[in-house]
Design a protein around this ligand. Structure first.
Ligand SMILES: C[S@@+](CC[C@H](N)C(=O)[O-])C[C@H]1O[C@@H](n2cnc3c(N)ncnc32)[C@H](O)[C@@H]1O
Length: 179
């Protein structure tokens, strides 16, 4: 075995380890939204809504980059905890010169959401509970929420779109109104 192969093996091992570690820590892997899901979610975003578009857990950047490209006049933000997907999405952002996109390596639970007009996410049940609590306590304006696969636990969606894929993946759309 030569040194080059050994170094490559160590790098691959560290990458896998980092993804497994962050999956255990956050509760979900950095799985990307499918192209059908991205297209459907982006179609639900109103370009005329003033305010930030935020991806809560932007992963490798699949959805947040497509959103920033489709809406060049909107300020788009992504929060991601897992460092490798975040780094890759940062590199893509600079390669594609997306000046309207900001990517933070940060927990969305400690992020400021009050300036958002649209939230997109592909989280997991506990993540949706955390989001609902955050909305109830911190968001005092109307917000459109588009969620891939997972619903908010006690909030009625405005509509549910079923993707024409193997799992008939649901896309939940909410028009959140503060109480
Ligand atoms: C299933 S991926 C979705 C990625 C991307 N939004 C998409 O649709 O392609 C979910 C991502 O959320 C991230 N995540 C989970 N909890 C988070 C949190 N509290 N703050 C920031 N990111 C989080 C995970 O690390 C993971 O990369």
């Amino acid at each position: 075995m030569n040194y080059f192969f050994l170094i490559l093996l160590v790098i691959v091992f560290l990458i896998v380890l980092s993804i497994v570690w962050s999956t255990l820590k956050t509760g979900i892997s950095p799985m990307m939204s499918s192209s059908k899901a991205c297209k459907t979610m982006l179609a639900e975003i109103d370009n005329h809504e003033k305010g930030l578009l935020i991806d809560l857990g932007s992963g490798w950047g699949t959805l947040v980059i497509a959103a920033a490209q489709k809406h060049p006049n909107k300020q788009v933000i992504g929060y991601e905890l897992s460092w490798l997907p975040w780094l890759v999405s940062k590199i893509l952002k600079y390669s594609l010169r997306l000046d309207n996109l900001t990517l933070y390596r940060k927990d969305f639970k400690s992020a400021e959401l009050s300036a958002a007009s649209t939230l997109v996410c592909y989280l997991f049940p506990e993540g949706m509970v955390a989001l609902q609590e955050k909305l109830a306590h911190e968001v005092f304006n109307q917000v459109t929420i588009v969620s891939n696969t997972f619903a908010l636990p006690s909030c009625q969606p405005t509509r549910v779109i079923r993707l024409r894929d193997f799992y008939q993946t649901p896309i939940y759309v909410y028009h959140w109104q503060p109480k």
